[in-house]
Structure formats: structure tokens, C-alpha cells
Design a protein around this ligand. Sequence first.
Ligand code: FES
Length: 140
Amino acid sequence: MNQTLRDFPGAAPAGEPVTIDFEGAPVRALAGEPVAAALFAAGIRTLGRSTKYHRPRGLFCLDGHCASCTMRIDGRPNRRACMVRAREGLACERQNAFPSADVDLLAAADWLFPRCPAVTLRWSQGGDIGAACGQLGSKA
Ligand code: FES
């Protein structure tokens, strides 16, 4: 089990072992630790998909600021998993994906709509992709 987030300075003190429900599968956690940390320790890196291009999303700020870890927790959508404390019986699911966050058919949106509109044109002309994106800004 990966302990890196649990050993991080400032991490919540470890509580007693509990079991949370991750999309129907039991995951061991420590009471009081962030749900996102428990899932990370269990090897789960993709916590959901972005709403627009369905790109994988996971831990980023660990402080409730970025919304990269939003999940459906106890039936409520768009909760930040890094801010919700684990407790016995808590249920969490990934969202914005069909049929699952690991194999998301809706990720075809990312393929259909290029990340940077100028990339295709500049690249086909032998141009610099990084410069093209820098001029237009990147889309998330
Ligand atoms: S990781 Fe940024 S809000 Fe949870």
C-alpha cells in the first residue's frame, strides 16, 4: 500500500481502519483521512473525467481549490474528495464518464476536438506546436 500521502507533513492523524465503498468495491481507509488520500493509497489515480473533453482527473492541489478530484460521494455529485473525511460505509463514485472512468467512450470528444485549434494547421505546415499554443493559450 502506498503511504506517501498519509506520511505527508500536515496530513490528518491516522484513525482506526474503516472500509469505504468505491464503485461497489471495498477500499481500506483510515477514519478521518481524506477520501482522495485513501483512494490514492489503494492505487486509484483517476478520480473522474473532465466535463468538456473527458480527460482523466486526479489529485492536484489537495487543498480544495482546483476541483480536480470531484466525485459523487454518498450520492451527492461534485464533492471534492480531498476535503471529505473517510468514515465507515462512505460510498464514492467517479463521474463524467460512460461506461467508466477507466474506459470512457465520451473521451472521443478529446479526439474530435483538438486541444489547440492552431496546432493542426501549424503542425501540418511544419511549425512549432508549442509556439502555436502559446499564442492562443491552452484549453483545458
Ligand atoms: S485535489 Fe484540488 S480540490 Fe481536491
